[in-house]
Design a protein around this ligand. Structure first.
Ligand code: NI
Length: 253
C-alpha cells in the first residue's frame, strides 16, 4: 500500500496556527501520509519539529531563503550551520536565488546559496532549491557545487528541467500544473522521467484547482497527483509507488 506525499509544505506557517489539528486530520483522511516541513526561520523550525500525527511521517528541512540574505550575518549563518549538522535535519532548504523580488543583491544571494550548497556536500544532505527568474545562475551553482537535491515548485522550461535531471536532480511539481494556463508545467511533466518527479503543495501558497482561491494545505496535493496521472495516462497506484521511492531515495527512509 502506498500513500500520497507532500514533498514541500509550510504547515509550521502562521496560516495554520488556528486549525492545524484539522489540517493534519484531512491529510490522514486523504492518504497524504508523508510530508517534508520546510522552515526558513529558527522559530518555525522548532515549531515544525513538534508537529505530530500518529498516521503521518514528517521530515524536516531548514534553509536560509534567498529573500532573507540581507538580514543574515555571520553569527546567524553559523546558527543555521549548526542545525544542518544535526541528524533530525533531513534536508537543507529552501535555499536558492530569487531575482524576481530582488535583483540588487544578486552577488550576496549567490554567495549564501553557494555556501549552503557546500555545507550540503560536506554533510551529505539533500538540498531543496527555490529559483525564480534566476534559472541560469541557479543551474551554474548547482553544477559547480553538485549534490543531491530537488528543484522545488519548478516553474521554468522543460528544456532546463532536462538539464537539471542530467545533473541528477529531482523536479518537484506544485498545484500550478492544475491551473488553466498550465502549458509549461504540463510540458515539464512530459519531459522529466518518472523516477525524477516529486509533487508538493508549497502550502499555504499555490492552491490547485478546484480549491484555487483558498488557502492551500497538504491534503490538496492529491489534486496535483491525480492531474499528473491523468495527463500522463499512468496508473495512480503505480505513480504513488514511484513517488514514495523517489522521496526516500532523496531524503532517506
Ligand atoms: Ni516553500
Amino acid at each position: 500500500m502506498s500513500y500520497w506525499l507532500d514533498s514541500h509544505c509550510h504547515i509550521n506557517d502562521e496560516a495554520f496556527r488556528e486549525d492545524l489539528d484539522d489540517v493534519l486530520k484531512r491529510m490522514a483522511e486523504n492518504d497524504v501520509r508523508k510530508a517534508m516541513i520546510i522552515s526558513s526561520y529558527l522559530e518555525d523550525y522548532d515549531f515544525g519539529l513538534k508537529i505530530f500525527h500518529p498516521e503521518i511521517a514528517f521530515k524536516y528541512s531548514l534553509g536560509i531563503y534567498p529573500g532573507d540574505v540581507d538580514e543574515v550575518d555571520e553569527e546567524l549563518f553559523h546558527s543555521y550551520e549548526k542545525l544542518y549538522a544535526e541528524e533530525r535535519c533531513d534536508a537543507i532548504g529552501e535555499i536558492g536565488l530569487d531575482y524576481h523580488w530582488n535583483k540588487e543583491n544578486k552577488e550576496r544571494q549567490k554567495e549564501i546559496f553557494a555556501r549552503q550548497l557546500i555545507l550540503a556536500q560536506k554533510l551529505h544532505k539533500p538540498v531543496i532549491v527555490h529559483s525564480r527568474d534566476a534559472i541560469q545562475d541557479t543551474y551554474d551553482l548547482m553544477k559547480e557545487y553538485r549534490s543531491e537535491g530537488v528543484m522545488h515548485c519548478y516553474s521554468d522550461s522543460a528544456e532546463m528541467a532536462r538539464e537539471f535531471v542530467k545533473l541528477g536532480y529531482y523536479i518537484s511539481i506544485s498545484g500550478t500544473v492544475t491551473w488553466k494556463n498550465a502549458r509549461e508545467p504540463l510540458e515539464v511533466i512530459r519531459n522529466v522521467p518518472l523516477d525524477r518527479l516529486l509533487i508538493e503543495t508549497d502550502c499555504p501558497y499555490l492552491t490547485p484547482v478546484p480549491k484555487r482561491g483558498t488557502r492551500n494545505e497538504p491534503s490538496y496535493v492529491v489534486y496535483t497527483g491525480k492531474k499528473i496521472c491523468e495527463e500522463l495516462g499512468i496508473d495512480e497506484e503505480d505513480f504513488k509507488i514511484q513517488l514514495n521511492e523517489n522521496y526516500h531515495k532523496l531524503f532517506g527512509l
